[in-house]
Design a protein around this ligand. Structure first.
Ligand code: DER
Length: 233
């Protein structure tokens, strides 16, 4: 089974198990969530389901519109029943690295407004420790004018290496939906207290958000190569 099939089975399982009629549903960002929106649209059609979808990025908003789902926003729906989102890595304590797609700020905001946050992923995201498999570092969204001093401070505090994320389809750095830069922190110590690390990095002036989602994920579904779905909560 392909990696895409593994993503699909995880996404379908999450939507089927957690989305109910009249739910406000947070829609994450990335490639796995595409299958979740596909399944949600199928259920709306076949079960005449009434759901309102809150996007976590421009990409998520486009997905919602493309599938003719009801588009909502936090102004009118500040309490979300369930958010379904991807992850770059999930450790044994359900701590996530997110932001591989550069959407971590709105993803964390929406997750924080949700009664439940459900992660969908393929089996390559399922790790014992952060960094076991995901080698691109922890994304950190920063105010552009402060990215150099923030880099210096994080290295002084925790070591490792930090890269300003470069864009692929444009010259220069990635600019997020919120007009900020992304730093990818290639950490070396896998045994840090990620809750404390998240708090300390957030305190650095100019840091907007980190891609460390600590104690936010209620359940994770990992699609397996053989077509089954592993669950962790
Ligand atoms: O950017 C993000 O946080 C995405 O959710 C990412 O972590 C997962 O993207 P994927 O489903 O394309 O692997």
């Amino acid at each position: 089974m392909s990696l895409e099939q593994a993503k699909l089975v995880a996404a379908y399982r999450a939507v089927d198990e957690f989305v109910q009629n009249n739910n406000i549903v947070g829609i994450g960002s990335g490639s796995t969530v595409v299958y979740a929106v596909q399944r949600l649209a199928e259920r709306v059609e076949t079960e005449n389901l009434n759901v309102t979808c809150i996007p976590t990025s421009f990409q998520a908003k486009q997905l919602i519109i493309k599938h003719n789902l009801i588009l909502g926003e936090l102004d009118t729906n500040p309490i979300i029943d369930v958010t379904i989102d991807g992850a770059d890595e999930v450790d044994a304590n359900m701590t996530l690295i997110k932001g591989g797609g550069g959407c971590l700020l709105q993803e964390k905001i929406i997750a924080s407004c949700s009664k439940k946050m459900i992660v969908i992923a393929d089996y390559t995201k399922d790790s014992e420790k952060l960094g076991d498999r995901y080698k691109k570092g922890i994304p950190i969204e920063v105010v552009p004018m402060a990215y150099v001093p923030i880099k210096i401070k994080i290295i002084q505090m925790f070591g490792g290496e930090i890269k300003l994320r470069s864009a692929i389809a444009k010259a220069g750095p990635v600019v997020t939906d919120n007009g900020n830069f992304i730093l990818d922190w290639l950490f070396t110590n896998q045994d840090l207290d990620w809750d404390q690390v998240n708090s300390e990095i957030k305190m650095i002036p100019g840091v907007v958000e980190t891609g460390l989602f600590v104690k936010m994920c209620n359940k994770a579904y990992f699609g397996q190569a053989e077509g089954t779905v592993a669950e962790r909560s």
